[in-house]
Design a protein around this ligand. Sequence first.
Ligand code: NAI
Length: 258
Amino acid sequence: MTFTGIEGKVALVTGAAQGIGEAVVRSLLQHGAIVAAADRNAAGVQALADEYGDAQRIRAYALDVSNREEAEHVVQAAEQQLGPIDILVNVAGILRMGTVESLSDEDWQATFAVNTSGVFHMCRAVIGSMAARESGCIITVSSNAAGVPRTRMSAYAASKAAATMFTKCLGLEYARKHIRCNVVAPGSTDTEMQRMMWTQGSNIDTVIQGSPDTFRLGIPLGKIAVAQDAANAVLFLASDQAGHITMQELYVDGGATM
Ligand code: NAI
């Protein structure tokens, strides 16, 4: 798949060490972007950068998106080393499963700190420079759980719904500055996070020990996504081909959300 308008752009990707974030990084590089790959897993993201071995094309940054100062520091460092950020992709996320009664305060707060405040911190850190240049593109990887109630996923789903709406509001505030803000909402995608769900239990009440087959049942296309499926949607939204698209939510869930 080829998209134009990405070559030479500077992209900052959070949650870049594995899964969907890693697929986004590889895809952006393939399309000629210069990538700041950031993750709480510093060793993981450094290994990814080392694989390419070209500091002009990809640099690794240790970052906990829930920490405002770190978010601002990484944006500053990336802009100094690679250039002003044209594309921000918010991928970092965590999933704490549990019934409302079993979720701890810490589960709730950690979920919102990463999935919601993390998106806010990153967007606020890049938006001034984008606005000054009257150009930019922000993509938040949310979840199809943001739009459909789930059992044992209330904190996660609520945090993703907030991130989705925040991203759309941002898009409205900065539309006149030609900054497009969109959301990719994956469904079940074969990554470490999803594998944790298969072992810890699905979103279906009666199924405690979930399995890939359980999840396929709710997906009309009959298969679980791979990370590249979400990355393709990110690439499209970052490209010239999506130049007139903003404040939208693109579901990549095999039709699970109808
Ligand atoms: P994953 O667990 O494989 O990867 C998440 C990455 O985010 C990891 O590299 C992790 O170190 C990083 N991360 C976690 N907390 C962080 C923090 N505070 N600061 C910086 N980095 C942090 O997960 P996956 O599946 O690749 O998920 C990526 C995004 O897609 C997440 O936002 C997730 O909620 C979302 N998503 C995933 C789905 C799935 O089925 N895998 C479905 C719907 C949404």
